[in-house]
Design a protein around this ligand. Structure first.
Ligand code: HEM
Length: 190
């Protein structure tokens, strides 16, 4: 996907590569025995992380980037009671634009991997946008455009080293908090 490659993007990629690899290896989407019930549990755990983060990111991103409404719709389709789901409290700190950008990088980037997961879940579990899989393609045909506009925002930030370091740190923290939360919810494969 061609897009604006800024020094900050390169630093984010380098800083989080190992985090992504580790989490991807632990997620159960491609595990043997991963079924609809396990998918519903996993999506419920995603909701517990995204719902409080959407609130924390409120001042830094427009509502069109909120993931919780789509997750809630999917969970409804899977007959999961959203009110009963636990929410994560150990979240990355978001106290300025620099840290918000780091958190957003992780959440926005996950919409790219979602394209792979969307196809896999349709094939393996028959789950699509109407019966619990809308989150995997949360932006639909706007996925590429939303990613590019986020990269433009990254590229337009001041190249101040301390702020850039805070962005990368927030991105790493986001991966770490998410992995710990999924582990706590016992939805990881290993
Ligand atoms: C099994 C699960 C996952 C798979 C198979 C996967 C796969 C991918 C793939 C193929 C890309 C590159 C897409 C492209 O360049 O067009 C990508 C990018 C990315 N993914 Fe994942 N992903 C997974 C889970 C996640 C999760 C859970 C997160 C974060 C919560 C995440 C965060 C990212 C980020 C930040 C990028 C953007 C990297 C960049 O271009 O700078 N991924 N993923």
């Amino acid at each position: 996907m061609s897009a604006t490659v800024s020094p900050l993007l390169l630093a984010l990629r380098e800083g989080t590569r190992a985090c992504h690899q580790r989490l991807e290896a632990r997620l159960p989407f491609f595990s043997e025995g991963f079924d609809r019930a396990a998918y519903a549990d996993l999506l419920g755990a995603y909701h517990g992380f995204h719902a409080p983060l959407d609130l924390l990111l409120g001042a830094y991103q427009s509502a069109e980037r909120h993931k919780t409404p789509t997750l809630s719709r999917d969970l409804g389709a899977l007959a999961i009671d959203i009110e009963a789901l636990p929410r994560c409290h150990a979240l990355p700190r978001i106290d300025d634009e620099a840290s918000a950008l780091g958190v957003m990088y992780v959440l926005e980037g996950s919409t790219l991997g979602g394209q792979v997961l969307k196809r896999a879940m349709a094939e393996r579990l028959g789950i699509d946008a109407d019966n619990g899989g809308a989150f995997l393609d949360v932006y639909g045909p706007l996925t590429g455009a939303r990613w590019r506009s986020f990269l433009e925002r990254l590229a337009a930030t001041a190249p101040e080293p301390a702020a850039q370091a805070r962005t990368v740190e927030a991105a790493v923290d986001t991966f770490t908090c998410f992995e710990r939360w999924l582990e706590k919810r016992r939805v990881l494969a290993c």
